[in-house]
Design a protein around this ligand. Structure first.
Ligand code: SF4
Ligand code: SF4
Length: 199
């Protein structure tokens, strides 16, 4: 198999590195704040059209190309471009329970949701994006986490990582957020084209 051109190959490596950093900071934030996900939960994956940049799907697209499974995933995503993420494997007994079948390659929002904050208004502290289950099962922990943020405590920010991702390849076709299945098809198309043309 041909290697992708240096531009996309470099971008893919840089995105993977940044996704790993996001994993580290959100894991550290979870440990520091005490916020935990419901055991076995996958409910946030059930939202249709979770957004992602095609850029941040490059490491996953690359892995699918290498495992020669990209065609099957491309077809599944293309059949439901604005729907629920094709990688979510539901528990047959309870669809809110399930798992990500591409966990190590998942994009930024999947890593940050529930463990990062949104800058709502200037001069206001960021607002923790706690999920339904965090608020329901750990209300005191979530409240304490927001109080810590209000007092100036550190928290991963969506805006910071979104900007850093965009700066890796500031091209609208790669950085515009679109539903995740659509982002996957675009990432596979871009990498497949590079593999065909080669350096
Ligand atoms: S962030 Fe919330 S909805 Fe998503 S897996 Fe964790 S507990 Fe479930
Ligand atoms: S990539 Fe994984 S974590 Fe993200 S929405 Fe899809 S199944 Fe859920």
């Amino acid at each position: 198999m041909n290697e992708p051109t240096s531009f996309l190959a470099d971008a893919t490596v840089q995105v993977a590195t940044l996704l790993n950093e996001i994993e580290e900071v959100t894991t550290a934030y979870a440990a520091a704040s005490g916020i935990r996900c419901r055991v076995g939960c996958g409910q946030c994956c059930l939202k249709p059209g979770i957004d992602a940049m095609p850029l941040e799907m490059l490491p996953l697209a690359q892995a699918l190309l290498e495992s020669k499974t990209s065609d099957q995933w491309y077809d599944a995503a293309a059949a439901d471009l604005d729907g629920i993420c094709v990688f979510y494997a539901r528990d047959p007994g309870d669809h809110t329970l399930g798992r990500c079948t591409q966990y190590s390659h998942r994009p930024s929002l999947c890593r940050m949701f529930g463990f990062a904050a949104v800058n709502t208004k200037a001069a206001r502290p960021p607002s923790l994006a706690a999920c339904h289950w965090h608020k329901k099962l750990q209300p005191e922990v979530v409240a304490a986490a927001q109080l810590a943020i209000d007092a100036g405590g550190a928290v991963p920010l969506f805006s910071e990582y979104s900007m850093r991702l965009s700066m890796i390849a500031p091209t609208p076709s790669l950085t515009q957020r679109v539903p995740i299945n659509r982002a996957l098809t675009q990432a596979i198309e871009r990498l497949s084209m590079d593999h065909r043309t080669g350096p």
